[in-house]
Write a protein of this length. Structure first.
Length: 152
């Protein structure tokens, strides 16, 4: 089986990245803990599998902490997410970050398992945080956001 190749975003990825966010996330904005992120402006990585774009990861560094703002794999079980996480860990180390963290929702059990297997630790539960987000829909069921942290 071919291993994914991970590389930083390039200018050639810009149009695809923006289209990807609109198709998979409904737009380029994401809100995390009250902070609005413009995912299309964040640094990140693209994963290639057999020469085709197969996933991406964006991150935001502030105060020596690196937040993963988006992680998406188009083919599960092929090592894409793991390779992207490893690239984020390296970027955080290179920037002298003391923590790499992310937020996911409690109803995404596959993501919960995925992050725990890769060394992330659950450090906080934010009840109804999704509803406090400006992007939340009134019809969304109540749930929690779970904050995971990886410390080197």
């Amino acid at each position: 089986m071919t291993e994914p190749v991970v590389q930083p975003f390039t200018e050639q990825d810009t149009e695809w990245k923006t289209r990807f966010f609109h198709e998979h996330w409904g737009g380029t904005l994401m809100i995390s803990r009250g902070v609005t992120h413009h995912l299309d402006t964040h640094p990140g990585f693209i994963a290639l599998l057999e020469g085709n774009r197969a996933g991406l990861l964006t991150y935001h560094i502030q105060n020596q902490e690196c937040e993963i703002t988006c992680l998406e794999s188009l083919k599960e079980g092929r090592g894409i997410g793991t390779a992207l996480i490893e690239a984020a860990k390296a970027a955080a180390r290179d920037a002298d970050c003391t923590r790499l963290w992310l937020i996911t929702s409690n109803d995404n059990v596959d993501a919960l398992r995925f992050y725990q297997k890769r060394g992330f630790t659950l450090v906080a539960v934010h009840r109804d945080a999704h509803h406090r987000s400006a992007q939340a829909q009134a019809t969304d069921p109540p749930h929690w956001q779970l904050r995971y942290s990886y410390t080197r």
